[in-house]
Design a binder for this molecule. Sequence first.
Ligand code: GGG
Length: 357
Amino acid sequence: MRTYKIAAIPADGIGPEVISAGISVLEGLAKRMGTFEMTFKTFDWGSDYYKKHGVMMPADGLTQLKPFDAIYFGAVGAPDIPDHITLWGLRLQICQTFDQYANVRPTRILPGISSPLRNAAPGDLDWVIVRENSEGEYSGSGGRVHRGLPEEVAMEVSVFTRVGVTRIMRYAFKLAQSRPRKFLTVVTKSNAQRHGMVMWDEIAAEVAAEFPDVTWDKMLVDAMTVRMTLHPKTLDTIVATNLHADVLSDLAGALAGSIGVAPTANIDPERRFPSMFEPIHGSAFDNTGKGIANPVASFWTAAQMLEHLGEPAAATRLMRAVEHVCASGVMTPDVGGKATTKDVTAAVVDAIYGSNA
Ligand code: GGG
């Protein structure tokens, strides 16, 4: 029997609540499938670790993670530590060092969940956003001089490389090709950003020639928000820069009913390093400890992890169970229900064993 070694990093806020829910579901699923096992090692890295040690994870943290088959991540962010410290100290450190350059963010309106869009039903919104996850606005290039003086200058430099743009474009075209509609929308801001974004447009056209069966179009990111809101059915697979896709995928989550159901996979397509799976949502300190965090995003990203590990039947069973539970109305308050995190988790485990999943 195959055993998958998973590194769990619950980290901050509601992260521990949704990751422990996800581990229960994955353990139940592995038992039900009977064809593989999963072992979990939990790392206590994050903001509490930072308060004790002055760093978000130990100096050899990445070396510790490298032998795992995948990383199951919660959320980072604490009200009393600057966000750039927590984000760069843990999540971005892992994504960038392990070259998880393809960030894949599916969005659907799950059965039983209402979209804030008038008349939108399950099936009307079925997107996958591909976020470039290694460079662009998140290159970390720049600096500040003359701090605190009136002459202070801060530079945040976006870095777009031909290698980086070509590989994410190829990934997105390939993903679009694998979906029934074979349709990709390339998002930029190439009217205003006339260097990097114009190179994106040029590379998109070059890579498109390798995928003659994929139809594609281009959108400026501002117009894209309008199209997502008013014409959701006209979209399928979407590719955008690190920052643009981050913003668009929060909008996508909200349009599908709640950011609490939105998953994300940080993939190293070449499999040199473990890939990392997490809910899109952050630490949500306002909801922490209340027992009402929505675990659906952490279940959905667990299904992405199973797909990546080569267990598509288990991934399908898990998503069927999640859909069955949402349709039956067992939902947390962010999507209009009254259930707790534990109620939803127990219902999904039951559905995995029951005949309905
Ligand atoms: N689970 C996702 C998470 O913790 N996100 C924290 C965050 O602030 N992310 C910003 C970003 O990835 O750009």
